[in-house]
Design a protein around this ligand. Structure first.
Ligand code: HEM
Length: 291
């Protein structure tokens, strides 16, 4: 009788349906690969309020999403610099899906009332989202460069270096605009030479005109034009989703905390409102007025 050879290749198709392997010594391969045991050990509520666990896990879930966005957008900057628009656009589409998932995480906090939050708010001490080094990189990669927001990380040199790198490097939008210039669009020199470490939230008329040319070339059916207008649409989708995250955070804070000052020392709601009202990729919104 032929005994089928047992393959060590996890991707090999078994000759016959096999029973699952259930015996392992030590950490299972699943736990080793995913570090699920490390994750499970990261939930440390300090009160008996059940919603504190929800709050901790929701925050951790969002932090993981931020990491995924940093991963996608750093790669996107790299691909745009290399002129690989296909890969850059694929990355932007993936990141929009990550953002949808991130935004839907807010649902976890929907059942939380002001009374339940107050039961554990003291546990936070001075902990605040201001200190999220991953969120700060997300904002920097989208061009929201606020140098003051580097300060909280100074005491953690490795983390500070990573945040500083995102601060000084071109944002996803800078990389897209540099690509437009290489493709022959009349990007003003003042835009191309601008400091990557400064926020540019008021639209530059010359750049609005470049995006207008991109869209009208597509409308006129010019060969190859859809590559850049597709890129513009995907950047817009990412910007829209980030503004949505800011807005849903704002409404959650209004419901759960009200207008009290934040644990990070800001005016809370009023401070968050400013971010809600600040556009991401300003010219891509303004170009709609002239198309
Ligand atoms: C009970 C729910 C929440 C409340 C009441 C709340 C409140 C606040 C307040 C008042 C601020 C302004 C800064 C300050 O003074 O502390 C802030 C900022 C922030 N929060 Fe929340 N937050 C909540 C949930 C979350 C969650 C789940 C996350 C996920 C990571 C988060 C991430 C952030 C971030 C990243 C900032 C900085 C925003 C920026 O720099 O524009 N927050 N939050």
């Amino acid at each position: 009788m032929d005994i089928p050879a047992v393959s060590d290749d996890p991707l090999a198709t078994p000759a016959a349906p096999a029973a699952p392997t259930l015996e392992y010594a030590g950490r299972t391969p699943y736990v080793s690969y995913t570090d699920a045991d490390v994750l499970a050990g990261l939930i440390h509520p300090q009160t008996a309020e059940p919603l504190e666990v929800t709050f901790i896990v929701a925050t951790q879930i969002m932090e993981l999403h931020f990491q995924l966005l940093i991963h996608e957008w750093r790669r996107c900057v790299d691909r745009l610099a290399a002129g690989d628009v296909t890969e850059a656009r694929a990355g932007l589409r993936r990141s929009a899906v990550v953002q949808d998932s991130l935004i839907s995480s807010w649902q976890l906090l929907e059942p939380m009332s002001v009374v339940q939050y107050n039961r554990f708010r003291r546990s936070l001490g001075k902990a605040s989202g201001f200190q999220s080094f991953a969120y700060r990189q997300v904002e920097f990669l989208l061009g929201a460069k606020n140098a003051h927001m580097l300060h909280p990380h100074v005491g953690m040199p490795e983390i500070h270096a990573a945040v500083q790198q995102s601060f000084e490097s071109p944002s996803v939008y800078d990389a897209a605009v540099e690509l437009l210039a290489r493709r022959g669009l009349p990007v003003p020199a003042s835009v191309l030479n601008r400091d990557h470490g400064v926020e540019h939230d008021s639209p530059d008329p010359g750049l609005v005109e470049c995006w207008r040319l991109v869209y009208t070339a597509t409308a006129d059916g010019e060969a190859g034009a859809t590559e850049l207008s597709g890129l513009a649409d995907e950047l817009t989708a990412v910007a829209e989703r980030h503004s949505t995250w800011r807005f849903v955070h704002y409404t959650a804070v209004r419901r759960i905390l009200g207008a009290k000052p934040g644990t990070g020392g800001s005016a809370g709601l009023a401070w968050l409102k400013r971010a809600v009202d600040t556009p991401i990729f300003a010219e891509l919104w303004q170009v709609r007025d002239v198309l």
